[in-house]
Design a protein around this ligand. Structure first.
Ligand SMILES: [Zn+2]
Length: 432
């Protein structure tokens, strides 16, 4: 027996003094019953709404029986589809969302040669400290992945569209190779807690370079960089920017920057150098000083210290400090302000990270490029040249020595001709 039935019986059992009274009681009980039924409908509708948001990143609204589905993280306000409310509406719409999601996966597979994790798939076993030998790393517990949300696929799609050909593995060595990155959406964080709040570029369980997204990706996160810019939020809140950063790491890999000797020349151009014994990356300051991170820099905002060219910690007066942890520490913001080459974003734990974020800004569209140029036209050109070098590695140059493909300011990869060159140069002129 449910509460509504009980309510009716109580009302009938009250043995009212008059028939009118009894009718009144009954009609009150009935209206309570109806109200409760309505409330229950609202409650289950809310459950359905949150399921749709959680599973697809889609917002569902019901306005007097007109049910609309939109991307929760999009500022475009575009309707995905609409339908009329009814007992079968939710099941049918869910079916439709599943189909749209699968279609998007198939699309991205055929267009960019990338792949995505499935529900409950084994992703990777991260290396963890051994319990018996603290100095040893051993494979930890298997991390499980889930299938991507529609919103995440759309964000990754935007990143792929403006990052071509960086999604290909070994782009230079095997120009014909058509194998792209795999994107994993983790159910459990890589290090027991979400250290990155974002993504990670690493080899998966099968040893294949892959992109991992941590589980704390909110379903209503801005989808594209344009969505983040529109909301006046940090571009890195968008799925597109997160994905573009990780894809940029694959570009670095393709360009051989895993070799420190190859990374060094571009790192120098971005304001980095190595300590005398090459054991640290040092960020050069604008007054001839050096800064370095005292830890892995993954979470600490205060890991920066001033140091000499050997990497030895210095006090404010420039005198050596024996214990780096006792040296004065600086925040990211302070170091960014004092850097010889201003890092274009707040994330610059190492030169390859600064390069990945800079490439991301170059690629995610015109607003990103406007952000990148704030670090100066020299940085802008270094990043643009790096991008072009990777494009040339895949597509080559014509007999006259010109690149076959170029990237437009909106991120699109197009043929190099008078028209595209005109678009690029007039945009670049508008930046200065
Ligand atoms: Zn990174």
């Amino acid at each position: 027996m449910d509460n509504n039935q009980r309510e009716l019986i109580i009302a009938q059992n009250q043995q009212p003094d008059s028939i009118t009274d009894g009718q009144q009681h009954l009609s009150q009980a009935l209206s309570t019953h109806q109200r409760q039924l309505q409330q229950r409908a609202v409650a289950s509708e809310q459950q359905e709404d949150s399921l749709v948001l959680e599973k697809y990143g889609v917002a569902r609204t019901n306005d007097h029986g007109l049910v609309q589905y939109k991307m929760a993280g999009s500022t475009e306000n575009k309707i995905l589809f609409e339908t009329t409310a009814g007992s079968t509406e939710f099941a049918q719409s869910k079916h439709r969302l599943d189909a749209i999601t699968q279609e998007k996966i198939n699309d991205l597979k055929s267009k960019y040669h990338v792949s995505f994790s499935l529900d409950d798939e084994n992703a990777v076993r991260p290396w963890v400290q051994s319990k018996t030998h603290a100095d040893r790393l051993v494979p930890g517990a298997m991390l499980k992945a889930r299938a991507p949300r529609l919103s995440e696929l759309m964000g990754v799609e935007a990143a792929l569209q403006s990052s071509q050909p960086s999604q290909f593995l070994a782009v230079g060595k095997h120009p014909d190779q058509q194998i792209g990155l795999k994107f994993y959406f983790l159910k459990t964080p890589t290090f027991g807690k979400s250290t990155y709040d974002a993504g990670l570029y690493a080899a998966d369980e099968k040893g294949k370079p892959s992109v991992f997204f941590e589980p704390d990706l909110q379903p209503d996160r801005p989808i594209t960089a344009a969505d983040a810019f529109q909301k006046h939020e940090d571009v890195k809140t968008s799925i597109e920017a997160l994905a573009a950063h990780e894809i940029a790491h694959n570009a670095e890999w393709n360009m051989g920057l895993w070799d420190p000797e190859k990374l060094k020349p571009i790192a120098e151009k971005l304001g980095w150098t190595t300590s005398t014994d090459s054991s640290y990356w040092l960020l050069k300051g604008n007054s001839g000083e050096f800064f370095r991170l005292t830890n892995d820099g993954l979470s600490s905002d205060k890991g920066w210290i001033r140091c000499d060219q050997k990497g030895a910690a210095l006090a404010n007066d420039g005198k050596p400090v024996a214990d780096p942890s006792a040296a004065p520490h600086l925040t990211n913001t302070e170091v960014r302000q004092r850097a010889l080459v201003r890092p274009p974003t707040d994330y610059f734990t190492a030169p390859d990270e600064m390069l990945a974020d800079s490439l991301m800004l170059l690629r995610v569209g015109e607003d990103g490029r406007k952000e990148l140029i704030k670090s100066g036209s020299e940085v802008y050109n270094v990043i643009k040249d790096f991008d072009q070098a990777e494009i040339d590695l895949r597509f080559g140059k014509s007999a006259d020595g010109n690149s076959k493909k170029v990237r437009l300011p909106n991120g699109n990869l197009v043929d190099n001709n008078d028209d595209s060159r005109q678009v690029i140069s007039s945009f670049d002129k508008s930046l200065i």
